[in-house]
Design a binder for this molecule. Structure first.
Ligand SMILES: CSC[C@@H](O)[C@@H](O)C(=O)COP(=O)(O)O
Length: 346
């Protein structure tokens, strides 16, 4: 079983990830042969973006199962509880990570025997990856209907092919609209402090020949006021049952600005990102990352030594600021509590 996209390659024995820390200056790859290496790749953001993290963790789980020379299924089960824990203890906010690991563990437990388990787990990881590509394409088709020829879309962070197995969520919607022949321009927030917009979104869209203009985060309000933006589309790391959305830090600010200017604010997220077990945004764990992400830029110190820093990697946008959530099962409008639940009932 094999899979190869721009973001990741599964060879059957290893997971090869494009090193997203190096883009756009270098195209380098990290080869993970063990589940521990996959955990490091997720934690250090070699791979990032909710669905890409989920699929990588699933392949990491397979690498874990391959590693152990055990005699009984019980022994394997014990070892795999640990593998799951190591992979889960990497990044707390994106629910796709836990969703994928739960799915892998359920497959293991349901299979219940040693013989053939690695193949079974590999099949499941491949399904997770392929379903993500399929979901993004479907989301793209639904979302493209919300855009008209000539629109300029503002996006935040990178919710593109690099953040997923392929095609992207927010950028998937833009790609689909462009594929339909619509002329769409994109404004990409640089997305301080980690600069996923400047480094990844700009790179990815330019590679595809999609018209992209880079702005720093503090320019989005002014760009809206000047009438340059027709819609905002972002991805999500976790959608709570009431429709609150955790996404890259700065998303909330953009949503407030969009409301002020009467611009539709869309979230594109597969159902694997919707977490009905998390009631509201208040219950979503927000990752805090190292202070050097704020005090340094491209390796250069830009702030005084020992300055105090607050570096939450995500924020929560209240459901009331969100015009619609685009999923692979269709576009969901308020009331979210009721309508998100329906997605899982069909
Ligand atoms: C399709 S990806 C959606 C989100 O995961 C994305 O917008 C985001 O916030 C990524 O954060 P990151 O910290 O780069 O993993």
């Amino acid at each position: 079983m094999k899979l190869k996209t721009m973001t990741m390659e599964w060879t059957g024995n290893e997971l090869i990830l494009i090193d997203q820390r190096k883009i756009p200056l270098k195209e380098e790859y990290m080869t993970c042969k063990t589940y521990e290496e996959v955990a490091i790749a997720i934690k250090e953001m070699v791979v990032r973006g909710a669905p890409a993290i989920g699929a990588s963790a699933a392949f990491g789980y397979v690498l874990g199962a391959k590693k152990f020379n055990v005699n009984t299924f019980e022994e394997l089960k014990e070892k795999m509880f640990h593998v799951k824990e190591v992979l889960a203890n990497t990044r707390p906010t994106a629910v796709n990570l836990f969703w994928a690991l739960e799915r892998m563990e359920k497959t293991l437990l349901n299979f219940g025997k040693l013989d053939g388990i690695v193949e079974k787990l590999e099949e499941e990881a491949m399904a997770i990856a392929n379903e993500d590509i399929e979901a993004n394409r479907r989301m793209g088709k639904f979302g493209a209907k919300l855009l008209k020829d000539g629109d300029t879309v503002l996006t935040h962070c990178n919710a593109g092919a690099l953040a997923t197995v392929d095609y992207g969520t927010a950028l998937g919607v833009i790609r689909a609209a462009v594929e339909e022949g619509k002329k769409i321009k994109v404004y990409a927030d640089e997305t301080r402090p980690y600069l996923q917009g400047a480094r990844l979104t700009a790179w990815e869209l330019m590679k595809d020949g999609i018209d992209v203009t880079l702005i720093s985060d503090n320019m989005s309000g002014w760009a809206m006021k000047l009438g340059k933006i027709n819609a905002v589309i972002v991805g999500a790391d976790r959608v709570a049952a009431n429709g609150d959305v955790a996404n890259k830090i700065g998303t909330y600010m953009v949503a407030v600005l969009a409301k002020r200017h009467g611009i539709p604010f869309y979230v594109a997220a597969p159902t694997s990102t919707i977490d009905l077990n998390t009631k509201t945004g208040k219950d979503i764990p927000i990752e805090e990352r190292r202070h050097t992400e704020v005090t340094h830029c491209g390796g250069t110190q830009i702030a005084p030594d020992n300055v105090k820093v607050f570096n939450p990697a995500f924020d929560v946008t209240d459901a009331e600021l969100i015009t619609a959530i685009i999923t692979e099962k269709g576009v969901v409008y308020p009331p979210y509590e009721e309508n998100l639940k329906k997605l899982f009932e069909e």
